[in-house]
Write a protein that binds this ligand. Sequence first.
Ligand code: NOJ
Length: 514
Amino acid sequence: MAAKWLKNAVFYEIYPQSFLDTNGDGIGDMEGIIRKLDYIKDLGCNALWINPCFDSPFKDAGYDVRDYKKVAERYGTNDDLIRLFDEAHKRKMHVLLDLVPGHTSEEHEWFQMSQKAEPNEYSDRYIWTSFCFEGCPGLPYIGGESERSATYILNFFKCQPALNYGFLNPDKPWQTGINDPAAIATREAMKDVMRFWLDRGCDGFRVDMAASLVKFDDEKKSGTSAIWKNIREMLDKDYPEAAMVSEWSDPKLALRAGYDMDFYLSHPGNAYPTLMQDYGRDPNAPDNSYFKKDSDHDITRFLPEYLDWYEDTKDIGYISMITCNHDTIRASLHLDASELKLAYAFIFTMPGVPFLYYGDEIGMRYQFLPTKEGGYFRTGSRTPMQWDNSKNLGFSTADADRLYLPVDPADDAPTVAGQESDPESLLNTVRLILKLRHKEKDLQSDGPFEALHAVKGEPFVYRRGEIIIAINPGTEPAVVPVDIAGKTPLFTIGTADFDGKAFHIGPQSFVALK
Ligand code: NOJ
């Protein structure tokens, strides 16, 4: 069963490069996160996920780890990170680090040893074929770069060789089984990394490419799941309050493998993009997202998949919805502030543990930029946080040309300071919704959920215990097609009222009734 503190957790995802630079070098740092803990708490988020902050050549923004046990100098020191854990805990907040178990940087010491011609204890830490001209059908591999006569398998970019967790049914001399000593050594090495940070105050991990450990024939993921179950046993025994969230997007598998939460990601082909980003990978393609005011408002494109996953997993863990993340185009590219308000109100009143991506609370805009650190289209969602109207929008005192990425150049770039005093701002709306979530137990992670009315083009109505919620994302007023006798509004975006006969919900409106 999931860690207890997740019942009321709302996460804030921080891309550390871009959050707050306190030493004027143009890039964010640990101290910057510490200084903004009160802001995050006040927003209604009581937990953090920090993207990889470890030593790295940064060919994939830190997802190419060179040393799992060392904070990258550009962010500070291990002591700074430990201070962040302490400061967070003082405020009853929790911190998840990003664990990258499927691959390392090619500059990691393990890989440097593994590529040597002379066999050594790291020779099988990665997946190598047995000859310099032998590849691995179906998996990307690199030859010609190592001292040993072999090619190695990649897990993602060229800089990210795959760690060896074994094969389910090895059928080549170079493939180890999942219970062979080399595969077990990799798993134990990853457990050692986890222990290192858990012992220093970290509260758990967001796990990168969690489904990627066993390469094949692991279609049903029994091999990969067995590894996670083993790791869960360690957590249950020694760190019972530690939490893990998987980048898997298959909660039926991930939660059974021992995860507390699994992200519902906007992978093309699954139902999540139909809510906010229904345009695949092309930001210029037409968008029929549910929350766009001029779409066909068909919640039934989302609901069957969600309900199937939710019903199957609600007793074992949580589905985590995100406003966006560092891999996704910010929803504000297509949705305006009123559409975003409804989308966030939905995400934050659904079951499971929600994640807010830094800057989404003010509707920070996606920027069209050249790639940085392997970001490609993702770079535009990774720009500096916009705090106020001072130099570099309050992100850094460095000269603009030294910034990690440029800040939004628009005259009307949204900022935290600019939205503070406007009660209708996106920022203050997020605060109110999260306040409501924290106040009403039924709205929290494990509160009940039932869809009451889900018909294309009509308001979507759902129940969370004693609370009934109606959303009308369209431009026409509508009657709430559900009996809500005896209930009164707790929280409204737009308009909603009872005229003595029926309950009416205005255009682009949201109402929670109790
Ligand atoms: C998923 C991460 O979210 C992404 O940013 C990264 O590039 C890949 N995994 C590889 O680690």
